[in-house]
Design a protein around this ligand. Structure first.
Ligand code: NAD
Length: 355
């Protein structure tokens, strides 16, 4: 039996509630697929700050580095908002990404079952849409130097630098092609090559990498057009690969096609260890009330099984169970007429029942 070590870092607010449900599902699916689990739980974010004075204690970081995969809930909350930026709960995320070398962020946008009615777009536009946005996570304009606010000619100017090296582009392009290979073999690279030299290089390198992936069809799209197309005809997309900032914006746009933040999983990969977490935050407004939707975290466990352990059937089993449960049961955020409203714990139990 294979043994996998999972570091569970629930974090703050509803992070604590949703990871509990996701772990229940993980245990069951692991059991069904002959995988033995070693689970270790560690504090992160505000909870860790309260205990140790830092949002990412060494012990937590080491546990993540020694694990085969990491499951994160969410961090942050009103209680810690006035802290110095350097010890804010959200800093833990940046620390984890850079320490684990997570340069690729995967954000699927998929509509589960009859949740199609939760979308603000027409049913015929979104029904069946299934998009994966692969966003570069550790480079580009969010990290480029020089940066800052300085005075030029007697007035203040803000400066940020959009920089990508060939190797940074090549490694994220490879991830894009590999993900596309496991899906419908269609990759769209999004850039602004008509205006930005950095993305002219991006386009050149992505085209070069394509030669090693002859089974994947590649097209390029400018980011402004991609935004329009995403809303006009989302079903034309399968896998999208793009820069840090374009990916930040497009993945949120794509996600909202599906209508609910409580349903969105994500994966950050690239290094030896993958990090899996829901897209939503710690939702202080509903924390501790058994109101949170745990499905985004449960679906993140599915991504872990698929991308870290290559257990594709296990991910499919989770997705199937989620779709079946949604037919009858809903948490408050996705409630609709004719369904039975349940809390976070019962939603987790219902998914277990369907596995
Ligand atoms: P949020 O995602 O926590 O909440 C936004 C809204 O969506 C709230 O009304 C919330 O109740 C609702 N919501 C979110 N997840 C839900 C779920 N699973 N089920 C039902 N409803 C859900 O975003 P926010 O309010 O902007 O941020 C709250 C805190 O979370 C802040 O401290 C922020 O910095 C942090 N945050 C953390 C992460 C992360 O850990 N990755 C991401 C985003 C925000």
């Amino acid at each position: 039996m294979t043994v996998k070590k999972i570091a569970v870092i629930p974090g703050d607010g509803i992070g604590l509630e949703v990871t509990k449900e996701a772990v229940k599902v993980l245990k069951k699916v692991a059991d069904d697929h002959g995988m033995q689990l070693e689970l270790e739980e560690h504090p992160v974010g505000g909870t860790a700050y309260d205990l140790t004075g830092t949002p990412l204690p060494d012990e937590t970081l080491q546990a993540c580095k020694n694990a085969d995969a990491v499951l994160l809930g969410a961090v942050g909350g009103t209680k810690w908002e006035s802290l110095d930026f350097s010890v804010r709960p959200e800093r833990a995320l940046l620390g984890l990404r850079s320490e684990l070398g997570l340069y690729a962020n995967l954000r699927p946008a998929q509509i589960y079952g009859d949740l199609v009615d939760a979308s603000t777009l027409k049913r015929e536009v979104v029904e069946g849409a299934d998009i994966m946005v692969v966003r570069e996570l550790t480079g580009g304009i969010y990290f480029g130097e020089p940066r800052g606010i300085e005075t030029r000619n007697g007035e203040r100017v803000g400066v940020n630098s959009l920089i990508y090296s060939e190797s940074e582009i090549r490694r994220i392009a490879k991830i894009g092609f590999e993900i596309a290979q496991k899906r419908s073999k269609k990759l769209t690279s999004v850039d602004k090559a008509n205006v930005l030299e950095t993305t002219e290089l991006w386009r050149e390198i992505v085209t070069e990498v394509a030669k090693d992936y002859q089974d994947v069809s590649l097209n390029h799209m400018y980011v402004d057009n991609a935004t329009m197309q995403l809303i006009r005809a989302p079903k034309q997309f399968d896998t999208i690969v793009t820069t840090n900032m374009f990916g930040d914006i497009l993945s949120d746009g794509a996600a909202m096609l599906t209508g609910s933040i409580g349903m969105l999983p994500s994966a950050s990969i690239g290094g030896q260890i993958g990090l899996y977490e829901p897209v939503h935050g710690s939702a202080p407004d509903i924390a501790g009330k058994d109101l949170a939707n745990p499905l985004a975290t449960i679906l993140s466990v599915g991504m872990m099984l698929r991308y870290s352990f290559n257990l594709i059937e296990a991910d499919e089993a989770i997705q199937k169970a989620v779709i079946a449960v949604l037919d009858e049961y809903r948490t408050g955020d996705i409630m609709s007429e004719g369904k039975k409203q349940v809390g976070c714990i019962e939603m987790g139990d219902r998914v277990l029942e369907h596995l």
